[in-house]
Write a protein that binds this ligand. Structure first.
Ligand code: SAM
Ligand code: DTB
Ligand code: SF4
Length: 343
């Protein structure tokens, strides 16, 4: 990153400043977010990733939002860690449909070393297809993070999910600090960090502000910030909650954009429940990354056709593949323009 560009980023946001952004009149907040978005990104480009659940269900953790926890009866069929060839075939389909990044998710508290070895083979296979790689496998030791970085993993997704204060209401089997420790290992190993949270779990405005404040005051901003709207799954303790006010959700996107102007903000889970108009507003507010493909991990995502139509109607194109694939060094892909168009 250039020194001048780095100087534009702040890591010393105060919580009251974050709260003040949330409290701005909607138009003022959106105007500020969009102006910053244009300064740092092509405002009509959206990064396109595809998700695959490589190991499903039977998770020992008790995250109250999650259909994959073994503690809740959601009717989900548990599946063992997939074979490398099958994962490679799914990645190829995603690439051919226009995705530039392939994200592999596993319902682990933390991976066993023998499972990590197979995930490393998957990373090699996906990279060989010319795609960026991302994985989310739960908590990592420093050594595991180094192994993944050495295998060429571009991004590691590990969400803080909510504020430190509200965390205990949602998950009791680990602490907020455990998440921060893994994020630190991922950073130290030289991988890009993908870290965000979930809106709609009964948290207050102060929790949303505190969550974004934690992300924006990390020593380095996460390169990717997924903002998920809770997907309510029957059988999980959080199903039956009131739906989030769409404008409140857009405020979170806009505030994330202002706090972390050079990061990709991902309009993540929950798009199936959003109108096209709401998604358009999210892109205007600074969201510039989505999951593309009919499934997230275990729940529905919009049909590919619908997303292609939405992009066409809005004049949005898929962000090109970065010209220099990440090779373990730190640096921003954001302004790099590749030779390979994604669609
Ligand atoms: N087990 C690993 C972990 O929790 O770090 C990786 C997979 S886990 C499913 C990845 C993320 O998915 C969670 O941190 C959470 O933010 C998100 N997620 C899970 N269930 C969700 C739901 N019902 N709605 C929205 N986001 C959800
Ligand atoms: C993230 O922030 N959202 C994705 C990804 N990271 C791994 C997961 C969303 C999961 C939604 C519920 C499901 O499909 O199981
Ligand atoms: Fe397990 Fe991850 Fe789901 Fe929590 S979010 S129950 S750790 S799969």
């Amino acid at each position: 990153m250039h020194v001048a560009a780095a100087a534009e980023l702040r890591h010393d946001w105060r919580l009251d400043e974050v709260r003040a952004l949330f409290d701005l009149p909607f138009n003022d907040l959106l105007f500020r977010a969009h102006a910053l978005h244009r300064r740092h990104f092509d405002a009509n480009a959206v990064q396109v990733s595809t998700l695959l659940s490589i190991k499903t269900g039977a998770c020992p953790e008790d995250c109250k939002y999650c259909p994959q926890s073994a503690r809740y009866s959601t009717g989900l069929k548990a599946e063992k860690l997939m074979e490398v060839e099958e994962v490679a075939a799914r990645a190829q389909l995603a690439r051919d449909a226009g995705a530039t990044r392939f994200c592999m998710g596993a319902a682990y508290r933390s991976p066993k070393d023998k499972d990590l070895d197979r995930v490393i083979e998957m990373i090699h296979a996906v990279r060989a297809l010319g795609m960026q790689t991302c994985a989310t496998l739960g908590m990592l030791t420093a050594e595991q993070a180094h192994k993944l970085a050495a295998a060429g993993l571009d991004y590691y997704n590990h969400n803080i999910d909510t504020s430190e204060e509200y965390y205990g209401e949602i998950i009791s089997t680990r602490r907020f600090q455990d998440r921060l420790d893994t994020l630190q290992h991922v950073r130290a190993a030289g991988m890009h960090v993908c870290c965000g949270g979930i809106i709609g779990m009964g948290e207050g405005l102060q929790d949303r502000a505190a969550m974004l404040h934690t992300l924006a005051t990390l020593p380095q901003h996460p390169e990717s910030v997924p903002i998920n709207q809770l997907v309510q799954v029957a059988g999980t303790p959080l199903s039956g909650r009131d739906a989030v006010d769409p404008f409140e959700f857009i405020r979170v996107i806009a505030t994330a954009r202002i706090l972390m102007p050079k990061s990709h903000v991902r309009l993540s889970a929950g798009r199936s429940e959003m109108s096209d108009e709401m998604q358009a507003l999210a892109f205007f507010a600074g969201a510039n990354s989505i999951f593309y493909g009919e499934k997230l991990l275990t729940t529905e995502n919009p049909q590919q056709d619908a997303d292609r139509r939405l992009f066409a109607r809005l004049g949005i194109h898929a962000e090109p593949y970065p010209s220099e694939p990440h090779r373990g060094h730190m640096g921003s892909h954001a302004q790099e323009h590749g030779r390979r168009a994604a669609t």
